[in-house]
Design a protein around this ligand. Structure first.
Ligand SMILES: Cc1cc2nc3c(=O)[nH]c(=O)nc-3n(C[C@H](O)[C@H](O)[C@H](O)COP(=O)(O)OP(=O)(O)OC[C@H]3O[C@@H](n4cnc5c(N)ncnc54)[C@H](O)[C@@H]3O)c2cc1C
Ligand code: SF4
Length: 333
């Protein structure tokens, strides 16, 4: 690891000033940042530890919206039973993420900004990685293994998968991200935060240098109550998703009035399956319509060698999650 400066500012304006400097990076729980520094993937000149900014802690459930501080710990939110009753998808997607130890250390702002687990990105012995070294090529596409890569939203330059779980619930339920940076404060639709790889996979979000996520809000809508996060993974104790779905339903009698579907483990960025949502609206929810909806969610998928399994797995996960959400809408589970 290279030498670097360390700052722990006590207020937001000092944090922004320190974080906007060239070579500076923001540090929260450090479970991603320190990991990537140890393996030489990220080499900041300075770390700006924001854990002294008390305003960014905690979460609260309001009548109209739920607010999550960027420094709220994953564990505290995952274990909140009131939130689990009001919006199960928002706790289940955190509870299924990482390990208990990691959830104690990691914060929500860092969670949504986590980077891909592509093995070639994480191993500097591979010189070809457009995300780590722009213009160098892509070791995955150039003869590497692609079984864990994105089948939705990838490009000719990068097919890395976005690995997080909570983001799928946020995109499905129209979350917003509230930031403060050198240019002032702004509110970003969660759907606009992450950038598709295209020919610049090194650009992952629209955040500017020094821009700090302060909190995240989710509007309270009926579909949150009958929601569910289903995650298929290689190892139940902890592993990243092979395919996952964050779903919610609002029923009007036997008819689906509103449905939300976010897909994880399959796409380059947090992914909302809008076509599948539109297909199900106005229909009744049966095993057959749930399965059809799952198939439509993957209609545009482009599998790579070894990742074909994600299409059937992903469709099954969507259908299974919808059936659980439906049971919840009827007062079950
Ligand atoms: C072994 C292992 C297994 C894991 N499994 C899962 C899993 O199954 N599912 C899952 O979702 N995640 C998983 N993770 C990822 C884990 O959830 C993230 O590493 C963690 O959430 C990051 O949070 P942090 O506070 O530690 O972020 P940090 O490491 O401190 O920061 C992460 C990134 O976010 C930036 N950042 C942090 N906070 C802010 C802010 N407020 N404003 C602007 N930028 C900010 C940092 O600059 C950095 O780029 C796993 C991690 C490990 C190591
Ligand atoms: S898929 Fe993306 S992250 Fe992985 S090696 Fe290719 S360019 Fe790098």
């Amino acid at each position: 690891m290279r030498n670097f400066d360390y700052h722990r500012p006590a207020d937001m304006s000092a944090a922004i000033d320190a974080a906007r400097a060239e070579g500076a990076e923001i540090l929260a729980g450090g479970t991603l940042m320190v990991d990537l520094m140890k393996i030489g993937v990220r080499e900041p000149d300075a770390l700006v530890d924001i854990t002294g900014l008390a305003d960014l802690e905690g979460h609260d459930i309001g009548m109209d919206r739920i607010r999550f501080g960027a420094l709220a710990r994953m564990a505290d939110v995952a274990d909140d039973q009131t939130l689990k009753t009001a919006a199960p998808v928002l706790t289940e997607s955190l509870w299924k993420a990482a390990s208990p130890q990691l959830r104690q250390a990691a914060r929500l702002g860092g969670n949504i900004l986590q980077q891909t687990r592509c093995p070639y990105f994480r191993d500097t012995a591979y010189s070809q990685c457009n995300k780590r070294a722009p213009g160098s090529g892509c070791a995955a596409l150039d003869g590497g293994k692609t079984n864990l890569h994105a089948i939705l939203g990838g490009s000719d330059d990068c097919v890395a998968m976005y690995p997080g779980d909570w983001a799928q619930a946020l995109i499905a339920f129209d979350a917003e991200v509230h930031t403060q940076g050198p240019g002032g404060t702004r509110t970003i639709s969660f759907a606009d935060l992450h950038v598709m790889p295209g020919d610049t996979p090194q650009i992952e979000t629209i955040l500017e240098p020094g821009e700090i996520v302060k909190h995240i809000t989710v509007p309270v809508i009926p579909a949150l109550k009958a929601s569910h996060y289903l995650k298929a993974r290689d190892r139940e104790s902890y592993a990243f998703a092979s395919a996952s779905a964050a779903v919610g339903l609002e029923m009007e009698g036997e008819t689906v009035r509103d449905v939300r579907i976010g897909l994880g483990g399959v796409a380059a960025v947090p992914w909302r399956a809008r076509q599948a949502e539109e297909h199900l609206k106005g229909k009744s929810l049966t095993e057959e319509t749930a399965r059809e909806t799952g198939r439509i969610a993957f209609a545009d998928a482009s599998p790579l060698e070894g990742s074909e399994y994600k299409i059937k797995l992903g469709a099954d996960v969507v259908a299974g999650a919808l059936m659980t959400a439906h049971a919840r809408s009827q007062g079950g589970e």
